[in-house]
Write a protein that binds this ligand. Structure first.
Ligand code: GUN
Ligand code: ZN
Length: 420
């Protein structure tokens, strides 16, 4: 049994609706689970044998949940000057070709997970490459760190280099084999992953739709309406479809557990269908500014859609969910919608967990939940420290770290009840 002292942040619901944040003085952890939160005195009295770690005024939060990343793009992060389709062709596809080599894939998976853990992220939902080896490498690396993690083989059977193409049948067969091997093992979940409609034939989308029907407890992830040129291309490739979402919907790839990255340029029909279907969308603000995609509408969260937050490494320009919250704030400001710090923090934890349908186990601090925690120093640099004394509440104290913080603010990370 461990007791951690600090400013323990928990949410009683969604702050885009009626939910509110609460601060306790202590959290007790045992056997990988949260046991209780409360005052220092009460928890110490209840558990006199517990080991106590005092983190002072640090914020103790659920670990960050990064709901959309491409771990194979770790080494090409911050590549200059392209927009989506050129960026894929110039930087992404050549790098992804290397992941048929299991040693390289494992090396990057280890590097990626060390970087994200150093940034306080305890769960990611990643795309791999078309190579089954890239999925094995990621799950082995995540399992070695005892992480709750999500990933799947990226499927593409057209409009990609030959060496990065599978077929409808091999995408189904490889995905199924990987799903059987990894889904539900340790803390790992397989995600059915067609990259996006431009790189999948309707036959491949249908094959993956069939696989999803056979395994409805898996998530399905893909990209939706990120850039206007991409949407125009989809219109040319799928002349019979009503819109971009329809290219997925028609093949059985819309429903609860469908996780759509970006979802910026939506039609009214697409918004209504996403909400009606109980799907999730993931806001990737550093990517959307870096690749020049557009400004996500957080009105979707207020309309009841499950919205997560993500770095979209390496289209995104950071591994840090603090930096990602800052970018979400800036995107909101550009739309006249300044998000409250509690909303930003919630998106990076419980919102993302909800988008991945994992909110019962991760993303919040509550009895019975898995003990994945981040301990955040709210005075990690001189610039941040000098900005906090005027704070009149905890969010005034947290906001400078959201806007200016990085991995130096991460004092400790606990994974499955143990400090790393
Ligand atoms: N759309 C299809 N593939 C990708 C990708 O790798 N990154 C981003 N940002 N968008 C995509
Ligand atoms: Zn992506």
């Amino acid at each position: 049994m461990d007791i951690l002292l600090g400013q323990v942040l928990r949410f009683d619901g969604d702050p885009f609706a009626e939910g509110r944040a609460h601060i306790d003085e202590a959290v007790a952890v045992d056997g990988g689970r949260i046991v209780a939160t409360g005052t220092k005195d009460a928890l110490r009295a209840a558990h006199p044998g517990a080991r106590v770690t005092d983190y002072g005024r640090c914020l103790i939060s659920a670990g960050f949940v990064d709901a959309h990343v491409h771990y194979p793009q770790t080494a090409i992060i911050a590549s200059w000057g392209k927009r989506l389709i050129d960026w894929l062709d110039t930087y992404t596809f050549p790098e992804e070709m290397r992941f048929g080599d299991p040693a390289y894939a494992r090396d990057i998976a280890d590097r990626y997970l060390d970087l994200t853990l150093a940034n306080g992220t305890t769960t990611v939902c990643s795309y791999a490459t078309i190579h089954p080896e890239s999925v094995d490498a990621f799950f082995a690396a995540a399992g070695a760190r005892d992480l709750r993690a999500f990933a799947g083989k990226t499927c593409m059977d057209r409009n990609a280099p030959n060496r990065l193409r599978d077929t409808a049948q091999s995408a189904y067969d490889d995905s199924k084999r990987l799903l059987d091997a990894w889904h539900g093992r340790d803390r790992l979940s397989y995600v059915i992953t067609p990259r996006f409609s431009p790189t999948s034939t309707p036959e491949q989308l249908a094959a993956l739709g069939a696989l999803w029907r056979e395994h409805p407890d898996c998530l399905m992830q893909t990209h939706l309406s990120e850039q206007t040129d991409e949407i125009a291309w989809v219109r040319d490739l799928f002349p019979q479809s009503r819109d971009y979402l329809d290219t997925y919907e028609a093949q059985g790839l819309l429903g609860e557990g469908a996780v759509f990255g970006h979802a910026i340029h939506l039609t009214d029909r697409e918004r209504a269908r996403l909400i009606e279907a109980g799907a999730s969308v993931v806001h990737c603000p550093t990517s959307n500014t870096f690749i020049g995609s557009g400004l996500f509408d957080m009105g979707l969260a207020r309309a009841g859609l499950r919205v997560g937050l993500a770095t979209d490494t390496g289209g995104g320009s950071s591994f840090s969910m603090l930096r990602t919250m800052a970018a979400a704030y800036e995107v909101g400001q550009l739309r006249g919608d300044p998000l409250h710090p509690s909303q930003l923090w919630w998106l990076a934890t419980q919102g993302s967990a909800r988008a991945l349908r994992a909110e019962a186990s991760i993303g919040n601090i509550a009895p019975g939940m898995e003990a994945d925690l981040v301990v955040v120093d709210l005075a990690s640099t001189p610039a941040i420290e000098q900005a906090t004394p005027r704070a009149t509440d905890v969010w005034g104290e947290v906001f400078p770290t959201i806007m200016m913080g990085d991995d130096r603010a991460i004092r400790a990370v606990w994974v499955n009840g143990r400090p790393r």
